[in-house]
Design a protein around this ligand. Structure first.
Ligand SMILES: Nc1ncnc2c1ncn2[C@@H]1O[C@H](COP(=O)(O)OP(=O)(O)O)[C@@H](O)[C@H]1O
Ligand SMILES: [Mg+2]
Length: 339
């Protein structure tokens, strides 16, 4: 498989009155052509900051990509001048956000908003762009697109607005689509429809997708691989099967335990006790140690290195060290039949 995007040891900090917030601390992962990778982790793990670093959408004055590389087709996006980034953002790599209302302009028709990018990046005439806009609305499942392109965002339901946002993101046939919690603001049935749509579109267009979510439950149907993020680091990566059926990191166990099971008698969700680390003052050892039921002395003092479980599966946990005691995942983390 061909690596389309690769992050190598990326560090991102915010400079605040309280000090330096080390939001992303040495993140490495890659995205292959046409695949879909989910990044999961609780709120505050650094998922959005990582994806905004790729898009270079972080505030210039208060934040900084301190270290590392973001490689895309031979270019390092971490250091690319803004002029170069403008050719990539929205064209080669596009992003959709959680709230479809804030990503659309309320004073502009849907058609105009879709056509904007087409005219800018693809040099299309007005009529070409209009035809393409209608086709895009069809592609994302919006009925009567010829009429609806003349309407405004408030005339669309939440789910339909998110479809429009997806149409805009796909307008220029990007190679990568980053979807940051694309369904979190929607109700459950609409969530499922949008995820189905994204899966369909990926098949049709071959766009590689990075799906960001705090909910492992939504990844099973859409992603091929998963990266689990915590405390500004990636604690485990693997194929969907490896993460669901053979998870190695206690944080992943916690996330799996807090996922509703299809075949479970009790619908009670187990939240992971405790809170994520303070990134103004990150722990020097494993970021999860303070909440981990299996933490050892070494976990508090030394950051665990990423250990290979298979050629596609890695986890950063001292339990994988040969000297560590053998620990089995808790019953609640066993997925059995959840997929
Ligand atoms: N503009 C900002 N200024 C200071 N800290 C920030 C800013 N944006 C995000 N952070 C911090 O970065 C960390 C990661 O945030 P984020 O990437 O949004 O998490 P996630 O998307 O996983 O919920 C959090 O601790 C958050 O407080
Ligand atoms: Mg986020």
């Amino acid at each position: 498989m061909e690596k389309l995007l690769e992050l190598k040891n990326v560090h991102v900090s915010f400079h605040t009155y309280g000090g330096e917030v080390k939001a992303v601390r040495g993140v490495s992962f890659h995205l292959e052509k046409g695949e879909s990778l989910a990044i999961v982790g609780e709120s505050g793990s650094g998922k959005s900051v990582t994806s905004k670093a790729v898009m270079r959408l972080l505030p210039n004055k208060t934040s900084e990509i301190k270290e590392g590389q973001i490689l895309f087709e031979g270019k390092d996006l971490a250091r690319l001048p803004e002029k170069g980034m403008e050719k990539i953002r929205g064209k080669e790599i596009s992003m959709i956000f959680q709230d479809p209302m804030t990503s659309l302009n309320p004073t502009m028709t849907i058609g105009k908003q879709i056509m904007e990018g087409l005219r800018k990046h693809q040099n299309m005439s007005k009529s070409e762009a209009q035809e393409r806009a209608i086709n895009l609305l069809k592609l994302v499942g919006i009925p009567n697109p010829e009429i609806r392109i003349k309407e405004y965002p408030h005339q669309f339901s939440g789910g339909m607005r998110q479809r429009v946002v997806i149409a805009i993101a796909l307008a220029c046939n990007p190679k990568v689509l980053i979807a940051d919690e694309p369904t979190t603001a929607l109700d459950v049935t609409i969530q499922a429809q949008i995820l189905d749509l994204m899966r369909d579109l990926q098949k049709k267009t071959g766009t590689a997708i990075i799906l960001i979510t705090h909910d492992l439950g939504v990844v099973a149907n859409l992603a091929q691989r998963v990266a689990v993020m915590y405390g500004g680091t990636i604690v485990e990566t693997g194929t969907v099967d490896e993460i669901f059926y053979n998870p190695k990191h206690p944080y992943t166990w916690g996330l799996l335990s807090s996922m509703p099971k299809l075949n479970a008698e009790s619908k009670e969700l187990l939240a992971i006790p405790g809170t994520p680390p303070d990134l103004l003052n990150p722990p020097k050892g494993c970021p999860f140690a303070a909440r981990c039921p299996h933490a050892m002395q070494v976990c508090l003092n030394h950051m665990p290195e990423s250990t290979k479980v298979s050629s596609t599966h890695q986890a950063a946990c001292w339990l994988l060290d040969e000297r560590a005691p053998k620990v089995e995942p808790p019953e609640a983390a066993l997925v059995g039949g959840a997929r």
